[in-house]
Design a protein. Sequence first.
Length: 169
Amino acid sequence: MQNLMFTGEQPFDTMTNTMRPEDAVRWFGIAPPDLSLISRSRGTDYIYTFLRSFYEEPSSPTGVDNLLLPNTAMPQVLWELQGVNRAVFEVDEAHGGQEVFRGFEQVIPGELTAQQYDRVVRDIVNFLDYIGDPTQLARGALGVRVIAFLLVFLVIAYLLKQQIWKDVR
Ligand code: HEM
């Protein structure tokens, strides 16, 4: 609170998106999804792979495309870290002459190695996973205590039942 919160916000306040949806539609043709819920709607594996699947596509307005979301409107915002990749497609005769993805080739190196970039993406995805459900850890801890209470209560209920029924044959 001392170092990051200067305008009287509270820790439970929501973040305000600085990009207005109508501006986003004007610029990109579509508004970006709410990233605070994206891990719950798409899953962490999807976002991890999405952020690693951008490749150079000169015909696209953003200069990139994505293997997971073809014709995506999202620019590769992490290109300085990752560099620029080219996607290699090959015609596969066994699949009726379809183009099949064969891998990425780096065209321009980024500031990070491939492994370092994967770690950055992993951190981003973990963060998105956390903010998708921030009380998950607290809920887990509470669950253990509830189960412990129920177990103790089971013993008490059993002893009580023995006591009440002991004269009934
Ligand atoms: C590290 C930051 C970011 C992350 C983790 C992220 C992640 C994502 C994800 C997971 C999607 C959904 C893809 C899908 O629906 O399958 C998405 C869509 C999109 N993002 Fe981002 N994004 C980031 C930054 C940005 C920025 C800075 C912009 C704009 C300058 C942007 C523009 C968009 C747009 C326009 C879409 C919609 C794409 C479409 O449906 O074609 N994103 N983003």
